[in-house]
Design a protein around this ligand. Structure first.
Ligand code: FAD
Length: 367
């Protein structure tokens, strides 16, 4: 049990969104506490951890990441269901594979050096509005509460905020000691039967090879496992990992229905996956979690310093609505067609569409 105290800002969740938010708050001189149920930030992650280039341009501290925690991926190799492929890249564009547990540990240490207090092994169980803020039974009172607790946010439930309802389900194997051809590429596989609504992938990460599959259907665990086995069989002519035991297997939900509503109330705000701040089309949520967390941290700091209104009023008006991406998601969900991809994979229209999905510069999400 933690001692009861008054904290200006409490954040639930010490992952990308929560730590980015805490860093900005701490830099702005706000005392911040983070409640995290894991015993350390790199434990049991559910992400491939690929960063798009744009975020490294926008979040200055990412430039300080120690060498060896990231690896450049220069482009995409896109495979049709028949395994015919096309290489795609764009000038000055790349992805960063990350040693994700170490990146999160580094972010958490940076937060702590700035003065944030992280309570590991602590689970948020509920909050009650109380005066100018909230009381968290085990943790005391806070003037502002941030829900950075992922796709199935407990904060959202507890405060009566909106919840994610549409998901992609991802499963990934991580292999050690393997070398693959095309290690400078993100290998993406289209297959409506195995990965309806999304893709399968192979990527040489930092010191490991990651092989994953994400599906619009949640299904049972054994269905996902069977789809993954079928995917490993399918890609064996190119990447044969069938006789290698993965060092980790991870799975998780990715929200793909756009922003939840409402995502804020006076003195409380959801950020990252909890807010549905994930591209509904690419399902990339790390860059948006980092940018959203950072911008929310600034808006909350301004409010607590008395120089701006509560972020639940004005700040959230600047949020993206992902209208175009939600439309494209709907089209892909309903009209994904293996035969069409087999026939059209190398053609200019498919190349052009794929370039938009993979390399279109992400617009600055927050002004
Ligand atoms: C298989 C898979 C692969 C993916 N690959 C990529 C990728 O390559 N690139 C990309 O951009 N996106 C990817 N994503 C999406 C990306 O991982 C998420 O969008 C991102 O992690 C969101 O960060 P977040 O901080 O909002 O939430 P999360 O990373 O989900 O963090 C939530 C945190 O809150 C904590 N928490 C939850 N509930 C409580 C509670 N009650 N009390 C205390 N703590 C709590 C959790 O322990 C966790 O640390 C992937 C997702 C999956 C499932």
């Amino acid at each position: 049990m933690l001692t009861c105290k008054i904290s200006p800002c409490t954040i639930v969740g010490a992952s990308f969104a929560g730590l980015a938010c805490a860093m900005r708050l701490a830099e702005a001189g706000i005392e911040v506490e983070i409640i995290e149920r894991k015993s350390e930030p790199g434990e049991k992650l559910h992400t491939t951890g690929i960063l798009v280039r744009d975020v490294t341009d926008r979040i200055a501290w990412l430039g300080e990441l120690p060498e060896g925690l990231t690896r450049r991926i220069e482009g995409v190799r896109l495979y049709a269901p028949s395994l015919r492929s096309v290489d795609l890249s764009a000038p000055n564009y790349y992805f960063l594979a990350t040693d994700t547990p170490q990146v999160l540990r580094w972010m958490a240490q940076r937060c702590e050096r700035l003065g944030a207090k992280i309570h590991y092994g602590a689970t948020f169980g509920g909050a009650e509005p109380c005066g100018d803020g909230f009381t968290l039974p085990q943790f005391g009172h806070c003037s502002f509460l941030v829900g950075a607790d992922g796709p199935l946010s407990q904060i959202a439930r507890s405060l009566g905020l909106g919840q994610n309802r549409e998901f992609i389900f991802g499963i990934e194997h991580e292999y050690e000691g393997l070398a693959i051809d095309g290690a400078d590429r993100l290998h993406c596989f289209i297959d409506r039967r195995l990965a309806p609504g999304y893709i399968g992938w192979v990527v040489a990460g930092v010191g490991i090879v990651q092989v994953g599959l994400a599906r619009r259907l949640r299904g049972t665990a054994s269905e996902a496992k069977a789809a993954m086995s079928a995917f490993l069989e399918k890609i064996a002519p190119l990447f044969d990992v069938r006789d290698t035991t993965p060092i980790h297997i991870r799975a998780g939900l990715i929200p793909c229905g756009g922003l939840v509503s409402p995502l804020a109330r006076p003195r409380a705000l959801l950020v990252g996956d909890a807010a549905g701040m994930v591209s509904p089309l690419t399902a990339g949520g790390i860059h948006t979690a980092l940018e959203h967390g950072h911008a929310a941290g600034q808006a909350i700091a301004d409010f607590l310093h008395g120089t701006a209104p509560d972020p639940s009023e004005k700040f959230i008006a600047s949020y993206p609505h992902f209208r175009m991406k939600r439309t494209l998601r709907w089209l892909y969900d309903h009209f994904q067609n293996d035969l069409a991809f087999d026939l059209l994979i190398g053609t200019p229209p498919v190349r052009a569409a794929a370039r938009i999905v993979f390399f279109q510069r992400k617009r600055r999400t927050f002004s």
